[in-house]
Design a protein around this ligand. Structure first.
Ligand SMILES: *Cc1c(COP(=O)(O)O)cnc(C)c1O
Length: 363
């Protein structure tokens, strides 16, 4: 299998080997030590400010988006949601479900967020801002620093969904002033899905401790209390947390977060250079490193995905919703090499030769 989707992605041999081991009992000092070391690395790689905490949630990252909305905001907030695609839209839906007053700043698919546009919402009595730093559905990277400055000026509680951008694009939590950073196990952490991480800066830790959240499983104050001793309130995905540990040690051995970001960037650049002659159009105005969103000029995007899967054994990432037939995405995260890019590009060139990237006769 050759997998260029944006999660789950290809795991390294080491991470896969840990996945093959028996899953140990977890209320032990040994497992606590693994958890605390995981926290230490995550805080370091997020460049989180002193006093920050990490919580390891056993749920997909949408669960952590929901937990964040539930624990950090109330009916007396007024939240600005950056909605440039399906993940931004998800934050708006979560605010709707949990009765958090909100407004959306809607962007067209592929459009970047310009400063002028954001400052239309300046001094409008907002209290928080929700953004997906890489809006993975369109591969648009937003400027976390520029948004952070806006949040600082307006005293907004600043939530960054970095699920697909953590370790793929530069991110400095302390510098941009983010209060919350969310990521997940199946993106650049390149582990199986099942764990999501919420990093809370000191202001967020205080807010979560005061929250009166109507949920048992999504009570982050409870998670924080347990995490002081490297534990979770309920049985976590122990096996995946051990795989994350192996992966974090691997990243550390390879030079740390900046090195990993550079590796993903190089993987993306290599691919983008190799497809220059193919009949595809890059749809993102400010492409994130983790993913290249492409519109086939003549062909149906979903067909390209199906043919690559069924005839070449290669997985790219189809889009959902109204972009299903127009856009597909190629991921650059996980255990992929430049040779893997060549394999994919050769398959695409072969499809072109076979006339499969041309307009169908009856179109
Ligand atoms: C993948 C992703 C998520 C979470 O997806 P889950 O399927 O819930 O793990 C959230 N936000 C962004 C930006 C993502 O890329």
């Amino acid at each position: 299998m050759l997998n260029f989707t944006i999660g789950p992605v290809m795991c390294s041999e080491e991470v896969r080997a840990v996945g093959g081991e028996q899953v140990p009992y977890f209320r032990t000092p040994e497992f606590s030590a693994v958890m605390l070391e995981n926290e230490k690395f995550i805080l370091k790689y997020a460049k989180a400010p002193k006093g920050s905490k990490a919580i390891f949630m056993t749920n997909s990252s949408t669960g952590s988006m929901e937990a964040t909305v539930m624990n950090c905001f109330t009916k007396s907030d007024k939240v600005l949601v950056i909605d440039g695609g399906s993940f931004g839209h998800r934050f708006a839906e979560l605010c709707e479900i949990h009765d958090i007053p909100h407004e959306t700043l809607t962007l067209n698919h592929g459009q970047k967020l310009k400063q002028e546009r954001l400052y239309e919402y300046d001094a409008k009595s907002f209290t928080g801002l929700l953004v997906n730093i890489d809006e993975t559905s369109t591969g648009v990277l937003y400027d976390a620093e520029m948004i952070g400055e806006f949040c600082r000026k307006n005293h907004l509680f600043y939530v960054c969904d970095c699920v697909s951008s953590f370790l793929a694009d530069p991110f400095d939590m302390a510098h941009c002033g983010a209060d919350v950073m969310i990521t997940g196990s199946q993106k650049v952490l390149a582990c199986p899905p099942g764990i999501s991480v919420i990093v809370l800066a000191p202001r967020a830790v205080e807010r979560v401790k005061q929250a009166k959240v109507k949920s048992m499983y999504f009570n982050l104050a409870d998670s924080l209390k347990n995490m002081e001793r490297g534990q979770t309130p309920f049985t976590p995905a122990v096996g995946i947390l051990r795989q994350i540990h192996a992966r974090l040690l691997e990243i550390e051995k390879n030079g740390g977060a900046d090195e990993e970001v550079a590796r993903v960037a190089a993987q993306a650049n290599d691919f983008r250079n190799k497809i220059k002659d193919l009949p595809f159009e890059l749809i993102s105005e400010s492409p994130a490193n983790g993913v290249t969103p492409l519109r086939p000029i003549h062909a149906d995007a979903y067909k390209v995905f199906e043919i690559l899967k069924d005839e070449y054994g290669i997985w790219i990432c189809p889009n959902g919703g109204d972009m299903k037939n127009s856009v597909f995405r190629v991921g650059h995260i996980g255990n992929l090499t430049h040779e893997d890019n060549t394999t994919l590009v050769n398959a695409l060139k072969d499809m072109e030769k076979r006339g499969l990237l041309q307009r169908a006769n009856n179109d």
